[in-house]
Design a binder for this molecule. Structure first.
Ligand code: AQP
Length: 335
């Protein structure tokens, strides 16, 4: 049997719904990649704890995120789709790796610098500081070959590689050293009201975010109200026409068409027509995803069962790696 190369990726359950950036930038690619990779897709709830959470809400968001993975086409019988905290080895390996990470090394992570500045010293936890070490554990537990990530996570994958190489050099060949696969810039989606900022689950205003679980009428309304410019021509120019360019990128990503072909179709027509066309595309794509996600959420016991089966599959791989790590480091085996 030829074994497929392994892939690891995840998203935080930080909102009730995923947004179209998560769909285009991650889920659509995961859906394709699961055909050729032995894929592990996690709902990274332990990472979500680096921000304040209401316990009942976190539980609900975790289920909702998993349901949206499945509704978007991640097949839990093909890929290992699980909740991070269900696999205890993540937290255990994170501790081990933290003993190999330099304090200064962790302090150089730009995402920590950005986020800690945003939250302020009082709201910045040690967990936020060690977040990249937990991410390294996520990846290394599965002997991962590739990690598809956004540009902002590249530095964390570099740290993961460094830690794997350091461990291997100190204790002998143990970890596979993973490669980041950086999502292309064209897959980056911006806020509809503020088209120079990345669309984000934690955006301050809802008006610029297209949620996967939005009612279709709401999605259409948000698109009709998206910020454009006064030129009136449907033309891609990221620098001078960020709003229209963003809408073109969404249109192209969801239809698989090239941007110039879409520009041609709407040449000489106004933004109203273009937005109406895009709203139809978005509603046609999200409608079935939303319906399927809501169906899955209607039967939480069945969803939990699927997640448990997948967690057991993840456990089997993760436990093997962790046992090897403990052994190599000289931790006494329990008999
Ligand atoms: N706007 C975006 N365009 C393209 N891809 C995006 N992703 C997120 N936003 C966009 C991709 O979705 C995955 C989600 O990763 P995450 O949940 O760990 O956090 P994130 O990247 O920080 O996403 P959000 O939506 O902005 O969440 P919050 O607000 O919680 O921080 C990643 O693969 C990411 O590249």
């Amino acid at each position: 049997m030829v074994t497929k190369p392994r892939l690891y990726s995840g998203m935080q359950p930080s909102a009730d719904s995923l947004q179209i950036g998560n769909y285009i930038g991650a889920l659509m690619q995961w859906r394709d990649l699961q055909q050729t990779y032995d894929a592990f897709f996690s709902v990274v709830d332990l990472h979500a704890l680096t921000q304040p959470n209401d316990p009942a809400e976190l539980r609900a968001k975790t289920r909702r995120t998993a349901a949206q993975y499945i509704a978007a086409g991640i097949e839990p019988s093909r890929s290992t789709l699980y909740v991070q905290s269900h696999v205890r080895a993540h937290a255990e390996l994170a501790w081990i790796l933290s003993t190999l990470t330099g304090f200064g090394e962790a302090g150089r992570m730009t995402q920590f610098k950005d986020k800690s500045q945003r939250y302020g010293a009082e709201a910045t936890s040690v967990g936020l500081f060690t977040y990249p070490v937990l991410m390294a554990a996520d990846i290394l537990l599965y002997q991962t070959d590739i990690v598809p990530v956004g540009d902002d996570q590249k530095q964390h994958v570099e740290l993961t590689r460094t830690l794997a190489e350091r461990f291997n050099a100190r204790y002998g060949e143990t970890f596979h050293v993973p490669m980041p696969v950086i999502q292309q810039d064209t897959a980056r989606i911006y806020d509809l009201q503020n088209p120079t900022s990345k669309m984000s689950k934690s955006a301050e205003s809802d008006a610029g975010v297209l949620w996967l679980l939005d009612d279709p009428k709401v999605s259409a309304k948000k698109i009709m109200r998206a910020v454009t410019d006064s030129e009136g021509s449907v033309r891609y120019d990221r620098e001078n026409k960020p709003g229209v360019s963003n809408l073109l990128v969404i249109y192209a990503a969801l239809t698989g068409r090239q941007i110039p072909a879409i520009e041609d179709e709407y040449a000489g027509r106004g933004y109203g027509d273009f937005k109406k066309g895009l709203a139809e595309v978005v509603v046609a794509e999200f409608g079935p995803v939303r319906e399927r996600a809501l169906e899955l959420l209607d039967d939480p016991a069945e969803l939990d069962r699927v997640l448990a089966t997948n967690a057991a599959r993840a456990d089997a791989v993760a436990d093997r790696t962790l046992a090897d790590v403990y052994d190599k480091m000289g931790l006494l085996r329990r008999v």
